[in-house]
Design a protein around this ligand. Sequence first.
Ligand code: GLN
Ligand code: ZN
Length: 765
Amino acid sequence: MVQSAVLGFPRIGPNRELKKATEGYWNGKITVDELFKVGKDLRTQNWKLQKEAGVDIIPSNDFSFYDQVLDLSLLFNVIPDRYTKYDLSPIDTLFAMGRGLQRKATETEKAVDVTALEMVKWFDSNYHYVRPTFSKTTQFKLNGQKPVDEFLEAKELGIHTRPVLLGPVSYLFLGKADKDSLDLEPLSLLEQLLPLYTEILSKLASAGATEVQIDEPVLVLDLPANAQAAIKKAYTYFGEQSNLPKITLATYFGTVVPNLDAIKGLPVAALHVDFVRAPEQFDEVVAAIGNKQTLSVGIVDGRNIWKNDFKKSSAIVNKAIEKLGADRVVVATSSSLLHTPVDLNNETKLDAEIKGFFSFATQKLDEVVVITKNISGQDVAAALEANAKSVESRGKSKFIHDAAVKARVASIDEKMSTRAAPFEQRLPEQQKVFNLPLFPTTTIGSFPQTKDIRINRNKFNKGTISAEEYEKFINSEIEKVIRFQEEIGLDVLVHGEPERNDMVQYFGEQINGYAFTVNGWVQSYGSRYVRPPIIVGDLSRPKAMSVKESVYAQSITSKPVKGMLTGPITCLRWSFPRDDVDQKTQAMQLALALRDEVNDLEAAGIKVIQVDEPALREGLPLREGTERSAYYTWAAEAFRVATSGVANKTQIHSHFCYSDLDPNHIKALDADVVSIEFSKKDDANYIAEFKNYPNHIGLGLFDIHSPRIPSKDEFIAKISTILKSYPAEKFWVNPDCGLKTRGWEETRLSLTHMVEAAKYFREQY
Ligand code: GLN
Ligand code: ZN
């Protein structure tokens, strides 16, 4: 019999219960027991939901109070010494590693001051994991037995689960050496780690677990030979142990084909593969499956919100059954459902037709079950028919197709994506307009989003204040920010973005073709969740989106004010994209909408326009090859389509954070000035790569995630260091990113010191 399986379910709760509980605990509002109770309730609720939906293979240990990778670090005692010296409880140690901890001494507790471990994006998703950090002094041992406890908890409810664990090779490969052990290669720790996995797997078996899901998502990357060898070694080792649960080796987010040699013939019961993201791997994967192994067919998308096409999915599963037989095929979600919102039924404001296009995590449970039933010959005719109708109606929906947009995308040519003259010629024309000093100073866009701003925005959204009153309020905020910048002597000003709730949503709400949820939260990291807007159809801009605020800001100062937009790639990456057209097409539609906005800003007298692309890097395909090189080309082209409609004398800026960006990619955008997050980087080699870059760069000089205020001398020291490898005539002075999460007092002092440092250098040159 074909079985249905879910690889993981969102843990945040249908109404963000987990966020409220963890933040409540951090703020001392609830006790640790109350926190644990919320965790238990959420797990119970999720298991029951899956059981009632009829899912055969239900995951456990997919719950976490912070991050599942961090849970493993705690479980295996991969805890740097700086966290152990305070005698914190396990849960407080976990939170300290995840988010840092600063606490004054009390009568009963020591003072604590420790920063968080590094946080990194989980593959190409917007989820962030806490990076395992290994030291030569790491003493591997088991701390507790979370996976076993949660298995038993479900068992008590009468639900037999399949525990999930991140596999040893991915765990090590995604980690790094700590500062005290820089020459340590994490994969060299495999031999120490494998016995611990065996121990936890044996305990699971003793507790009654018959199967486990071990995730090795690194198998979709370009794996070096030592990592491929580690995969062989680890799973051969598990195969040699007796009495372990059966292992499903799970991969997702891409194709495993380039690593098939490492997987083929391993003594695991099943292989899970993502056929949503990489359907092209089907034949090769099926051919590589051993004659007793099961194939778990990942066919219900764990990364997006579109309703499954049952007919198409069933055909793929049937093809697998033809080759392998029904007993050796499982119908599964493509990855954990962690990356999708919890329940579509909580959406009260979506247009009914549009709502019919979507399926969130709860609905995806039914999808897995219906496909499984269909394959097994059970009667699901009604569900199939409804699904076919819905899929067909989406294809024809008036919300989706806009012939004018399609025609315009088709007409994009080289001229549209090229500035009228090269940078060398633009620069003197711009200099004539702005007459900027050496070391020009600027900020990245947003100023503190105060409580007052949020209150007024809420009032406006609820209708308790009128549009005129709100505009007056926003203008007064803009004026405050402009006066402040003039006062401290910044050169290129910003309006401060007080009108924006979020840098993507703000524009999305003004672009036709987008839909928004009221409760579609997805965990980004820890207790930070995002609510990505959804690209439903062809995108177009009915009218100007940001001109009013920029024009007002420019009207009250003689200094240049930057128009401020979010770039096409960032709009695309921080939304749920369409699955019926490719990403390039969507990026180009956004680029055209933004091009109109850029041109409107210019026509309204705005002389500097910044188009932010902080998500440029995360869009990079996971593997080297044609897809990745194509992305380099079209992502840069989309940016240039948005920004090339202006005159030479109009100065285009761009901004990047979360970098590790390839300097060549930045160069391909041909922005006149770029600002790059840099304060925590301190990497002379990175600066050197820009040496021959003709355009201008501002390397971020202070960390905007921290309330710390750098002194003038600190700025001077930083700038001096950069000047050793980067020329003064191309040097802009700015922070790492926008200041919206900071308080006004810190902002005032930090920026004042930054401007003073720039003035100091002007006198030196
Ligand atoms: N202009 C935006 C801001 O300052 C940029 C945000 C970002 O790069 N994440 O807030
Ligand atoms: Zn930024």
